[in-house]
Design a protein around this ligand. Sequence first.
Ligand code: K7E
Ligand code: CUA
Length: 636
Amino acid sequence: MRRGTRFGVAVALAITLGAMLAGCVASQGGGAAGSAAEKVYVKPGEKDAYYAFLSGGHHGNIYVYGIPSCRHITTIPVFTPEPAVGYGNDEESKAMLGGYTWGDAHHPGLSETDGDYDGRWLFINDMPNARIARIDLKDFKTHQIYGPIPNISAAHACPFPTPNTEYVFAASRFSVPVPNRDVKVEDYAKDFKGIIAGIKVDPKSGEMSMGFEIQMPPFDWDLSDAGKGPSMGWQFFTCYNSEMAYDSLEIKASQNEMDYFAAVDWRAAQKAVDEHKATMVNGAPVLDPVKVKDIVYLIPVPKSPHGVDVDPSGQYVCCSGKLQAEVSVYSFAKIKAAIDAKKFDGEKMGVPTLKYEDCLEAKVPVGLGPLHTQFDGKGYAYTSLFLDSQIAKWKIGPPWNVVDKIDVYYSIGHLMASEGDTRHPTGDYVVALDKLSKDRYLSVGPTHPEAAQLIDLRGPKMELLYDFPTYLEPHYAQMIKAEKIKTFTVYPLAENNKPGNVKRAEDARIERKGNRVDVYGLVVRSHFTPDIVKVNQGDEVYFHWTNLEQDDDIAHGFGILWSSKNMQIEPGETKTMHWTAEKTGINPFYCSNFCSALHQEMQGYIEVRAKGSPQAAIVRPDAKTIADINAELAAK
Ligand code: K7E
Ligand code: CUA
């Protein structure tokens, strides 16, 4: 009896300990055991195991979520102005947007080293304006927008980085005349061209620049993926509309049994450009496959393909024919052997075509409307089925069969597995990115949010864990282990060498040259120095504010009344904003970002006098203000 009791206590203790341990794992990002609720539960104060970057579609931005909690952490402004932080409003980001206020962002592309995400940068395309942005993952800010890329009309197959981020790519979704000129649309087949562009990425800075362009037949170039391992050095692009229809595409572009995917040898293409074999068109070196051989090949794919996805080993290229119920899996070894043997089956506008049978490895009967494929690193692939509203899990390798299916709600486009397009997918989760949410959320009127669904891949069967709505409109997304991303907490003041910066109160000043006024100011809790700015009507005023704070999350705002001018200045940062003194009178400004107990006091006045009123060429703060600010800084 006594022994039994003691045994009972030990069992109870073991169970409690076990539960505590399980709870502990769950709190760090979802344990493998337990209910769906436990698997997505991340305890208050704990952090998620993954960052997920969802493209914002025609919102032009990137949404950042934590996985498995599915919490929306932030939105990164990229192609669209964002008034809260002043993106597109301060001089630097305004110049970067280049006058555009819209983008359609489809495919995030995390930078890679040796085929795995390295946590340095995130690239994202703006399809309609053929631009690529680079976000630095140290500060989650857009640092470069490259483009519009010349000769590219709608960069949909974009950016899909190569395994060491040597290149990001762009290809024309809608062919147009190259160079664009006065032609008839009826002369499509003769005058229109597709273009594939390889954009170089500087290995240190991430800065993008033109590498090469290849002139392609005027098909609709659709999606892309990079070769890796044995297929390293090759980039693949699917297309539809090999019929070359220019109207009623929904009927006319679905006539052919086969369309194509292109295999580009990007090292050979770059070499050809370096050897001056290209023709400059609108500032880009364009290679014509009629004249320049051995850079690109076409391989037939059944029925209007959409996604092309290379498996983690780099041996297989998986193409989804969206009007077919199969994924066509090609062997890169077979493609390479056919190319090396020059076993061609004709050509299209100079691009040699290979034979379907020579390259195909397997056909996997996944279901209706296959679009995109991701991987788990355990020998399985996951294909989204738009028409069936399902994900099919299938075996890579014989017997190439479907082993599991799960329903999603509804009409899935892309899917994102954890590090699921790298050489080493983690196999933890897949997120379904559904085009329709219909009845899944509280109604907000005739348009519903988009739906994302977290699915557990760790068990023998896929298990739906959680639904979460997103704003318009994710296409592709990528998920990276949180530990790979190391962010700044502040911008180190010592490294701030932005023009117009002010690091000491003594250097704050207002300078006038003609009707241009430069305010070199600083912000620190809870004061603008200067907080009185005297100008004349018609003056062009440039406010350069430096935030001298070196504490996490102490950002100040700068909003000017009766204007569209607002921006945020983060700790250690300098930003410049232009404002024209249009009317005489007093024009207040204030800190728009809650920063301190005296945030409400953080304000100032611009005094606008009549044109020609006497103004000093330079105004500096008085000794008392300087002493006060220095005392405040010393106290921090
Ligand atoms: Cu399938 Cu633009 Cu990648 Cu949408 S695309 S789903
Ligand atoms: Cu500074 Cu609010």
